[in-house]
Design a protein around this ligand. Structure first.
Ligand SMILES: [Zn+2]
Length: 93
């Protein structure tokens, strides 16, 4: 399941919904997690085509949205900041 709505300036970053398998591995961008059997996964995780992964979210619809939101707000925001040199959040450290 791809996260649609690419943002100008972050081409090359395609977000998707990954599932964490019971052995801890994460599904890849080609896996349509919506077609996998129930109990295949232990958590939803936002992934990006660049190799970034978010943190585990509950296996619920809310968890799916939370994963997508993490990709957009944490990952894409950071990519955009790097690309434009504009820091939108307060710097740490
Ligand atoms: Zn990315």
């Amino acid at each position: 399941m791809l996260f649609t709505g690419t943002v100008p300036g972050v081409e090359g970053h395609v977000g998707y919904l990954a599932g964490r398998y019971r052995n801890g591995a994460l599904s890849d961008v080609w896996t349509d997690v919506s077609r996998c059997a129930e109990r295949t996964f232990t958590a939803w995780v936002a992934g990006c085509s660049c190799g970034w992964y978010g943190t585990g979210r509950p296996l619920t619809t809310v968890g799916q949205f939370a994963a997508r939101r993490q990709w957009a707000t944490e990952h894409l925001a950071g990519v955009l900041a790097d690309a434009t040199g504009v820091v939108t959040t307060s710097a740490t450290g």
